[in-house]
Design a protein around this ligand. Structure first.
Ligand SMILES: [Cu+2]
Length: 350
């Protein structure tokens, strides 16, 4: 027998935010009230590796907001950052003054102040939120979140699914040994993350065999990501513009998510196993990026080590006998020579 469905509670199947959560609300005279607090946060990006980011309500990305088509929504936004901010509700139909572009539709929210946004969630779909104030800094620091508007009735283009996952693609440039992202980086980020987590710290998308699965992804990095799934085919059923017409859907195993875009994919999980789902840019899959590292393929490491040992005996601890245990790769050398301080990030490769 399938699980019983209660006749009270939410009239929709809530989404699962990878390594995240949905923001609670309160009803006030028919208005759904939410409170977002923009503030500095500490995010553990993978086990043992903590980053000092900016986010909302203690986390980067901020909590997911879930509402129903037609809801009147009131968002209190309190600014606990050391500078001004605002929130733009990416993709929403709303009154111009609620669009959150500082210097255009509103003065920025000063540090220490609260601003209130209010509008009706007019169309169902998948949306994002992020600042439109000092954008380069604030998004490089992790300020962003997801917004889902569920359809209020059965929608011809929105299927019911058993599992509904959401995550944001984001990117950081954090030097080894450092905690804070370099905010001036434009393209050459060294951490490509999902909801500010990196492999193996990303929640798996666990489903039952033959579940119908929906995944909603938003891209708030500075480059595109061809997202690829193994063992199944999916269709793109929605964008930030809403559900796609059925005539435009065809089977794919990879779909590109461009900068500032959102893609919603669906498939039947009818093959058992642990299937990979990843960006097909090999640099992003490997993740631990160091573009200034020379190619070490073909280099005679043993001879180099001997030479290095002669010049820098102090770095080699108890001497050359130890080297044999560390293999022949360039990373082993880097590990040996790096001081063992507690700020060191565990190096993980795909
Ligand atoms: Cu990518």
């Amino acid at each position: 027998m399938p699980p019983l469905v209660p006749n009270t509670g939410r009239p929709y199947n809530p989404v699962v935010t990878l390594n995240g959560w949905t923001l609670p609300w309160r009803m006030n005279n028919g208005v759904k009230e939410f409170h977002l607090v923009a503030e500095p946060v500490v995010r553990e990006m993978s086990p043992g590796f903590k980053a000092h980011l900016w986010g909302y309500n203690g986390q980067s990305p901020g909590p997911t907001i879930e509402v129903v088509e037609g809801d009147r929504v009131r968002m209190f936004v309190t600014n606990k950052l050391p500078e001004h901010t605002s929130i733009h509700w990416h993709g929403q139909r709303l009154p111009n003054g609620m669009d959150g572009v500082s210097g255009l539709t509103q003065p920025a929210i000063p540090a220490g102040k609260t601003f209130v946004y209010e509008f009706v969630a007019r169309r169902p779909g998948t949306f994002m939120y992020h600042p439109h104030a000092d954008e380069m800094t604030q998004m490089a620091m992790g300020m962003m979140g997801f917004w889902i508007t569920h359809p209020k009735a059965k929608h011809p283009l929105i299927d019911e699914v058993d599992r509904d996952f959401v995550f944001l693609l984001n990117a950081y440039d954090i030097d080894p040994g450092a905690y804070t992202p370099k905010i001036m980086t434009m393209l050459d980020f060294n951490l490509w993350s999902w909801n500010s987590r990196v492999f193996p710290g990303i929640d798996p998308l666990v489903v039952r065999k033959n579940d119908k699965v929906r995944i909603r992804m938003g891209n708030l990095t500075m480059t595109n990501h061809p997202m690829h799934i193994h063992g199944h085919e999916f269709t793109v059923t929605g964008t930030d513009g809403g559900p796609t017409p059925k005539s435009t859907r065809w089977p794919e195993v990879t779909t590109d998510v461009a900068v500032g875009q959102m893609r919603q994919i669906e498939f039947l999980a009818d093959e058992e196993g642990d299937w990979a789902f990843h960006c097909h840019k090999s640099h992003h899959t490997m993740n631990a990026m160091g573009h200034d590292v020379p190619t070490m393929i073909g280099v005679d490491h043993l001879q180099n080590r001997a030479r290095h040992h002669q010049r820098h005996p102090r770095l080699h601890g108890d001497g050359q006998a130890r080297h044999g245990r560390h293999g022949r790769d360039g990373n082993a050398l880097a590990r040996q020579h790096r001081p063992h301080d507690e700020r060191r990030r565990p190096v993980r490769l795909g």
